[in-house]
Design a protein around this ligand. Structure first.
Ligand code: CLF
Ligand code: SF4
Length: 520
């Protein structure tokens, strides 16, 4: 039965209001200046905590899923297989030459596989990367516009690698038709991209859909899409399947509206809401890219995520990964597993080795929980909130050299503790062993809202450049756990402010990189 989607937003909150009280959004030029002050909002990332009051049944589904648990993403990997090329809608931020931008960055092209090739790839990756716990189908088109290929892949993987969790990401148009098949295949995690619950907003994002054997345009297209998305979400919830909602934040089009989306999806049982920045470049050839539609700045994104606190839990650690991504969320090892390479591999599925690794991770997580509790006990009670950037290559440790970091994780630290609030992709400072001034400028822009960067090591030149930009490079926590380190740093920061050695003031904004991802 068709139902009307939610009415237009009842409580419109302007982006200006979200950002009220926060300093100017200027992003510095390379080598940039030192702003001042912290962005105030409190983070709320329900997925970041441990089990808390989560029922065992739900906890067991999320604890090793790198997307559904922020904490798990330090330890566990996912892989995608690009078996679903077709799509049944058009999004204005998508160019079909590339992967589905609902779960990937535009400008990335993944290698298409047959279900049989995909199943072999899963075994090859599982044999090489014991951290890999989740298989996702997320494109390059829409998995449910290609149901035969998607479900055949799941069927083959469930036969050979039954411990791997199955996950899919869809635009939701075809979802109600496939929820029973999804449940029958034990797919525990489904992502729906919902960018609007108001068809007038949706009409600015979706020019057409293909549904019921015909192409439908304009407001009617959005009306149908939204209705089907919300219906699919309710059906998933009724079957106990965890639903995550992805939304692309498009400034001036759906930014404030996403607060209403957050409420609507929470009311229908969504487990997690992932608000991602629009990535839009003219070179991607998308409608938005060609029209000059900009993406949000780091502060705009965080302000919106903070404004949604109290609604559906926020996911803030999404890497908008490609449709054939392999590895921890902050890394991409897809080059090691090309079709040519996997077809030559002679691999077998070793469940015991995977279980041994996972038991080890469990032990480390328990140790980390104890260390975090100890650190929390020493937190000063202060009305100060700061952002710190961290260079890490996984394991929840400060274990990456500044010059080798391809991303920095961002933690907001206050008297409430240290919360992961995002990540910033950068190109390595050390290119071929040499640091370049221009690279430091890019990095400064990416972490300009942070007071410090915690690294395992750092060279003399970038140290000086960061200090000149007002970002303190800190190598005192090398190989230590991130959260206790960030809390310890916060204690010292507050002590320095109280002693009058340091002035706590508002820092500037930071930029979210729009270009292609350079891994390595
Ligand atoms: Fe893949 Fe998506 Fe499953 Fe994760 S990704 S299908 S839920 S296993 Fe994760 Fe990648 Fe973000 Fe997606 S980081 S783009 S949210
Ligand atoms: Fe592109 Fe994905 Fe939108 Fe389809 S659903 S148009 S593949 S972004």
């Amino acid at each position: 039965m068709d139902r009307k989607p939610d009415a237009a937003p009842s409580a419109f909150v302007s982006l200006e209001a979200l950002l009220a009280g926060v300093a100017s959004a200027d992003v510095p030029e390379p080598g940039g200046g030192c702003g001042t002050s912290s962005a105030g909002g409190k983070a709320s990332c329900g997925s970041s905590a441990g089990q808390g009051d989560m029922p065992d049944e739900v906890w067991n589904k999320v604890k090793n899923h790198p997307c559904y648990s922020e904490e798990a993403h330090h330890h566990f990997a996912r892989m995608h297989v690009a078996v679903a090329p077709a799509c049944n809608i058009q999004c204005n931020y998508c160019n079909r030459k590339y992967d589905c931008a609902n779960e990937s960055r535009p400008g990335v092209v993944s290698e298409r596989l047959t279900p049989e090739q995909a199943a072999k790839k899963v075994v090859a990756v599982a044999a090489t990367i014991p951290q890999m716990t989740v298989l996702g189908v997320a494109g390059p088109g829409d998995p449910l516009a290609n149901p035969k290929k998607t479900f055949k892949t799941f069927e083959l993987v469930a036969e050979t690698a039954p411990d791997i969790k199955l996950c899919l990401s869809t635009n939701g148009l075809a979802l109600p038709d496939h929820v029973d098949a999804i449940a029958a295949m034990n797919v525990d995690h489904v992502t729906i991209t919902i960018n609007a619950i108001d068809p007038d907003v949706g009409a600015k994002i979706y020019p057409w859909i293909f549904w019921d054997h015909r192409r439908i345009i304009g407001r009617e297209a959005s009306e149908i899409l939204i209705r089907r998305q919300l219906e699919g979400l309710e059906m998933l919830t009724a079957r106990g399947i965890l639903a995550k909602i992805n939304s692309v934040m498009i400034p001036g089009i759906n930014d404030e509206h996403l607060i209403e989306v957050n409420k609507a999806v929470k009311a229908r049982g969504a487990f997690l809401h992932n608000i991602m920045p629009l990535i839009s470049e003219a070179e991607h050839g998308t409608v938005f890219g060609l029209a000059g539609q900009r993406g949000p700045t780091a502060r705009e994104l965080k302000a919106l995520q903070d404004a949604c606190a109290g609604g559906a839990n926020m996911m803030r650690h999404c890497r908008q990964c490609r449709a054939d991504a392999v590895g921890l969320l902050g890394e991409d090892r897809s080059d090691e597993f090309t079709t040519e390479k996997i077809m030559e591999m002679d691999v077998s599925y070793d469940l015991s080795a995977r279980q041994a690794y996972q038991a080890l991770v469990e032990k480390k997580r328990e140790e980390a929980a104890v260390a975090k509790a100890d650190a929390m006990a020493a937190l000063p009670d202060a009305d100060i909130s700061i952002l710190v950037a961290v260079a890490t290559k996984g394991g929840g440790l400060v274990n990456e050299h500044f010059g080798h970091a391809s991303e920095f994780q961002i933690y907001e630290v206050s008297s409430d503790g240290a919360l992961f609030v995002g990540h910033r992709r950068v190109d390595h400072y050390c290119q071929g062993g040499f640091g370049e001034d221009s690279d430091l400028g890019d990095i400064v822009r990416a972490i300009n809202d942070c007071v410090a960067v915690l690294v395992s090591n750092i060279g003399h030149c970038p140290k000086e450049g960061l200090a000149a930009a007002g970002i303190e490079p800190v190598a005192d926590y090398a190989l230590e756990l991130i959260v206790p380190s960030a809390i310890d740093y916060y204690g010292k920061y507050v002590a320095a402010v109280r002693a009058g050695i340091r002035i706590h003031d508002t820092r500037g904004d930071a930029s979210i990189r729009q270009g292609a991802f350079v891994q390595g």
